[in-house]
Ligand binder design. Structure first.
Ligand code: GLU
Length: 433
């Protein structure tokens, strides 16, 4: 036994995280409030635009392959319909919450107004783990969910589309369930359908293509070349994986990509097609040959020219904003950056392409799909791409001009522009009754 007591080891204090509210709906409201302040909106009008117009919660009894019955919870939120029908995707994810769906619906309202297409904003979600469900289970759950939200969707009312872990097949099931119930085939009830079922050419690539267009515009104003620019992409789903391909086609160098299991890095560049094929085989990009392993956290703070968050919300927060080294951030995801992190990034002089502009390519081609469905007349792929380019580049220049006019930043400018448009429509319509 020691006679002299050793100094007790100092307790290691866990590094305290700066406190930050990560609730997506409260974040969406903070972003809205800032624009309302700039626009000096009337307090009554603010109350109208801050809240969703309609929320539907449904329970979805589903027969699993085992024979067991499982009841899922789903939502459809319509945030605003002042400028046209509600529009927005449906997300399948274990972490879906009502507040998340409310935030995503609000962001759709501001997104459709930023690119000036005649829609409001909506979103849906089901709390489920689609990776652990079979094709048949997903089909039964989707059809029952559709029948539960059927009274509030429709081509003139609310038009769903794909979001995380839903795709063209999901949209085909929704279209079929809706059509069978109505007794006629309704193409315009959902977008992002398979091309064989009235989907639009170019819809699948649209989010990534829009992201590329705004990045090209940002490079022009920053006097940077996209050719040879280094790009890191967090998230390798529809938006991230296709963005990797499109940016590489423009001779940008994709130095890192990641998915929910982790990421890979190679300073000399990763071939996006090899990454896609590897992920198809093994379910993740992690372990692909010719690249070293990197975590999602480290990817976000890599030294690169363009960072593309293309997965979930709250990826850039007070935790890491200070360490971000990208020159441009193009938000292919919805809500990847918190308001506090935004402040830090702005102080560092990072050029932000906010989600409601940078990922609006998806809903823009959804609009084209819906227009083609209602017309019963289909466009060629180059027409879709040319018109997408026109809409997105015009939106970029509208936002950029607003930024200069108000001496503010790109996100604030996109909100000023879009909230202003929705406020105008609401005021000119007047209050019913
Ligand atoms: N889910 C996509 C988004 O967040 C697309 C929505 C749509 O096409 O309606 O923008």
């Amino acid at each position: 036994m020691a006679l002299v007591a050793k100094a007790a080891p100092q307790p290691v204090m866990p590094r305290m995280a700066p406190r930050e509210d990560l609730n997506p709906f409260r974040i969406a409201q903070i972003q809205f409030d800032m624009a309302a302040e700039y626009l000096k909106l009337d307090p009554g009008l603010r109350q109208v635009l801050r809240q969703p117009k309609r929320i539907l919660e449904v329970s979805i009894p589903t027969k699993m392959d085992s024979g067991q019955l499982k009841v899922f919870t789903g939502y459809r939120v319509q945030h605003n319909v002042a400028r046209g029908p509600a529009k927005g995707g449906i997300r399948y994810h274990p972490n879906v919450t009502l507040d998340e769906v409310k935030a995503l619906a609000a962001w759709m309202t501001w997104k459709t107004a930023t690119v000036n297409i005649p829609y409001g904003g909506g979103k849906g979600g089901i709390i489920c783990d689609p990776k652990r469900m079979s094709h048949n289970e997903l089909e039964r759950m989707t059809r029952r969910y559709t029948s539960e939200i059927l009274p509030i969707i429709g081509p003139d009312q609310d038009i769903p589309a794909p979001d995380m872990y839903t795709n063209a097949q999901t949209m085909a099931w929704i279209m079929d369930t809706y059509s069978m119930t109505k007794g006629y085939s309704s193409l315009g009830v959902v977008t992002g359908k398979p091309v064989s079922l009235g989907g639009s050419l170019g819809r699948n690539e649209a989010t990534a293509r829009g992201c590329l267009f705004v990045a090209e515009e940002a490079c022009k104003v920053k006097k940077m070349s996209l050719r040879g620019a280094t790009v890191a992409i967090q998230g390798f789903g529809n938006a991230g994986a296709i963005a990797a391909r499109l940016f590489a086609e423009k001779k940008a160098r994709i130095i890192a990509v990641s998915d929910s299991r982790g990421g890979v890095f190679n300073s000399r560049g990763i071939d996006p097609m090899k990454a896609v094929r590897y992920k198809e085989r093994s379910g993740t990009v992690v372990g692909m040959p010719g690249a070293s392993r990197i975590s999602n956290d480290d990817l976000v703070t890599l030294k690169c020219d363009i960072l593309i968050p293309a997965a979930l919300e709250n990826v850039i927060t007070l935790h890491n904003a200070d360490q971000i080294k990208a020159k441009i951030i193009a938000e292919a995801a919805n809500g990847p950056t918190t308001p506090h992190a935004d402040e830090v990034l702005a102080r560092k002089g990072i050029f932000m392409l906010p989600d409601i502009l940078a990922n609006a390519g998806g809903v823009t081609v959804s609009y084209f799909e819906w227009a083609q469905n209602l017309q019963g007349y289909f466009w060629q792929e180059h027409e879709v791409s040319d018109r997408l380019s026109m809409v997105i580049r015009r939106a970029f220049s509208d936002v950029y001009e607003t930024m200069r006019k108000y001496h503010t930043r790109m996100r604030a400018a996109a909100y000023i522009l879009s909230v202003g448009r929705v406020a105008d429509a609401t005021l000119v319509r007047g209050l019913f009754p």
